[in-house]
Ligand binder design. Sequence first.
Ligand SMILES: O=C(O)CCC(=O)C(=O)O
Ligand SMILES: [Fe+2]
Length: 225
Amino acid sequence: MVSGSHFLEVNSFQKLIDTPFSGNVNAIGWRRELRGDFEEIAQKINQTDNITVVSARELGSLSLSPEGKMAREIILKDLQLLTDYGADPVLNLINHYEEDDFFFPTDVYSWHVDRSPIATDTFLCTYFGDSSEIISNESTIQKILIPEIRNQLERLYDGPEEGFNDFVAENFFDLHYEKTPGVKPFQLGIGHLWRLATDNPESPVLPCVHRAPRELTGPRLLLIC
Ligand SMILES: O=C(O)CCC(=O)C(=O)O
Ligand SMILES: [Fe+2]
């Protein structure tokens, strides 16, 4: 088992779901060296949008080489493992996420945490393309705590003072973070299945700060839930 200060790496799905988050650890990865041609799958999916949701049925209907078939089996198995666990995994082919050009972007290219009203974690695996990144909480600051940003938000908000926190939460401003300059983020890599702590009422740890990468090498094939 390899470990960083804020993440752990394990070698099975069972350990991925059984290992509790604790202390500074709010990300756990099932490290795998996957065999198969995931690029072929990314290329053969019929892209219908900037984010194409790929059903297990469509995946099953692709005409693939033997290596492509190996990749497909792995993805279908992951979807099944997560579904059996009670999650609701989605396979996406991502050309580009929607992006804000607002002074305070709240898109997924911005460092953020995921929030959930119930005790669930985020699972994600990039099979092909650029991989998601995480960063330790101590290397970030919640953006709403940065005085210049807070002042701008206060100017933007015109309502009673007691409503400010709701305004911030309703617009997801409280989920976004700024990275400390000079700190290098950790790339989650290709083929590994990660479990990230979310902001939820029962979480024993701080939520994991992460972001989507720029799609520099073309469309990404991502499982997420
Ligand atoms: O695409 C990714 O790598 C991450 C996406 C994400 O963070 C999200 O959907 O909340
Ligand atoms: Fe996220």
